[in-house]
Design a protein around this ligand. Structure first.
Ligand code: 13P
Length: 250
């Protein structure tokens, strides 16, 4: 039985005062009976603030990126040991915005994935196809290539201690959600790729869906067999919207 998981990805949003309001809404509004695990992945600069706020709550903390290096002359980078000092548990790696805007390759993402695990963080590995890739029937090829980069460099067992997020790029921030069936098909495909190497890892790894998830469509998406929760962008910035999604996950 996989535990449902909902993570907010704030991207480059927030301010000290907005964060305070948002997080007190989330922390106070979370129903204590919920089985869902909830995390927020916040900009580096706010890790310290949010770490203090979530310390005695059920909410976990994550970063949106991580250096593939432990420490040293890497200007502008933040490493695992720094994040761990603030009780950070998760690091998103390979978000499509990092791949597309900052040119991160499958190989770069694999290095960050390995570094995160070595440094004691749980990577949230994002995979997903562009619109033109979907339209030209390349979805499975792209997702398998992105997954294989991790399996080839860290081994299939490494996926046991990770979370995968399927985020079709055409559904991110566009209001165009993948239909539950479209998302389920890719989630099932991801498990089948992993099962070629290890059946038990394929069944135990949590796979989240991301891309225009809202309170109104979350339940339908999360009820699909292979969808274990969501990675939430825009709707994680308002406590009521985020709570509605957490409630939909159980
Ligand atoms: P939206 O929920 O805003 O579409 O963003 C999804 C996402 O990119 C989460 O990582």
């Amino acid at each position: 039985m996989r535990q449902p998981f909902v993570a907010g990805n704030w991207k480059q949003n927030g301010s000290l005062s907005q964060n305070k309001e948002l997080m007190s809404g989330v922390i106070n509004g979370l129903d204590s009976g919920l089985t869902v695990k909830v995390a927020v992945c916040v900009p580096y600069i706010y890790i310290s603030q949010i770490s203090d706020m979530v310390a005695s709550s059920k909410v976990s903390l994550g970063s949106q990126n991580v250096s593939d290096q432990e420490s040293g002359a890497f200007t502008g980078e933040i490493g695992c040991s720094m994040l761990k000092e603030f009780a950070c548990e998760y690091a998103i790696v390979g978000h499509s915005e990092r791949r597309a805007i900052y040119g991160e390759s499958d190989d770069d993402v694999a290095k960050k994935f390995t570094a995160a695990q070595k440094g004691g963080l749980i990577p949230i590995l994002c995979v997903g196809e562009l619109l033109e890739e979907r339209e030209s029937g390349q979805t499975e090829v792209v997702v398998e290539r992105q997954l294989s980069a991790i399996i080839n460099s860290s081994g299939v067992a490494s996926l046991k201690d990770s979370i995968i997020a399927y985020e079709p790029v055409w559904a991110i921030g566009t209001g165009k959600t993948a239909s539950p069936d479209q998302a389920q098909d890719v989630h099932f495909f991801i498990r089948s790729v992993i099962a070629k190497y290890d059946e038990s890892v394929s069944q135990s790894v949590q796979i989240l869906y991301g891309g225009s998830v809202k309170g109104s469509n979350a339940k339908e998406l999360f009820s699909m067999q292979d969808i274990d929760g969501g990675l939430i962008g825009g709707a994680s910035l308002k406590s009521d919207d985020f709570l509605a999604i957490c409630n939909a996950a159980g």
